[in-house]
Design a protein around this ligand. Structure first.
Ligand code: SAH
Length: 217
């Protein structure tokens, strides 16, 4: 079988066995998960594990999140198609690609230059033109293009960074793992009449958000 066909089948299986049974129901999210070639975002030597039910190392001590967590966080944003989103923690670029399939414009910030550069190259090679990357402390958000309809933080934070709350539009949603260094709670905050309504989704484990409004180290 040709390689791309093989991976396409792997993606179908991933959706059938990892996402649908655990309750991911948004058909547009499932379709994006079936479409984006996750194997292109993982290191060469892990390509055969790309669709496994776990996070994988991407170098620099960082990870690409488990497929289920990517789908869950995306579903929590409730995207309709034309939103402007901010991602904090570009990592491999995979989550940004999923968002780009489901909304208008994506801004993504990564603190490790090497990861951002690699992610940018992969996203370009795959033809994504609605994703802008920058290397910076994303706990400060990206004020220039704010407010955002959706903000997704793919690293664990001790608290909700104030700049991110500020850069969220009215009616917008912020999805972020909040808690300790080794385990967090996935939290969805929705801005209603200028106030944040908070909903806790589940426990999770993310690498730390390192920055001014995150962890010190
Ligand atoms: N969304 C990624 C997963 C990233 S893992 C993917 O789809 O592959 C979390 C990432 O957050 C790491 O790459 C880490 O370097 C980055 N990170 C940690 N603190 C950050 C900060 N303050 N600003 C931006 N990126 C940060």
């Amino acid at each position: 079988m040709d390689k791309e066909k093989h991976f396409e089948e792997e993606r179908r299986r991933m959706v059938q066995t990892q996402l649908i049974p655990r309750g991911i129901a948004d058909e547009s999210v499932l379709e994006a998960m079936r479409k984006v070639p996750r194997h292109r975002f993982v290191p060469e030597d892990l390509i055969e594990s790309a669709y496994d039910d776990c996070p994988l190392p991407i170098g620099e001590g960082q990870t690409i999140s488990q497929p289920y967590m990517v789908a869950l966080m995306t579903e929590c944003l409730g995207l309709k198609g034309d939103e402007k989103n901010l991602e904090v923690g570009t990592g491999s670029g995979y989550q940004a690609a999923i968002l780009a399939e489901l909304s208008g414009q994506i801004y993504t910030v990564e603190r490790v230059e090497k990861l951002s550069k690699r992610a940018g190259e992969i996203l370009k090679a795959l033809g994504y033109i609605n994703i802008q990357l920058k290397v910076e402390d994303g706990s400060e958000g990206w004020a220039e293009f704010s407010p955002y309809d959706g903000i997704i933080v793919t690293a664990g934070s001790p608290d909700v960074p104030e700049p991110l709350a500020e850069q969220l539009s009215e009616g917008g949603r912020l999805v972020i793992p909040v808690g300790g260094c080794y385990s967090q709670e996935l939290v969805v905050l929705e801005k209603k009449n200028g106030k944040l309504e908070r909903r806790e989704v589940c426990g999770c484990v993310f690498v730390p958000l390192v920055g001014r409004h995150g962890w010190e180290k």
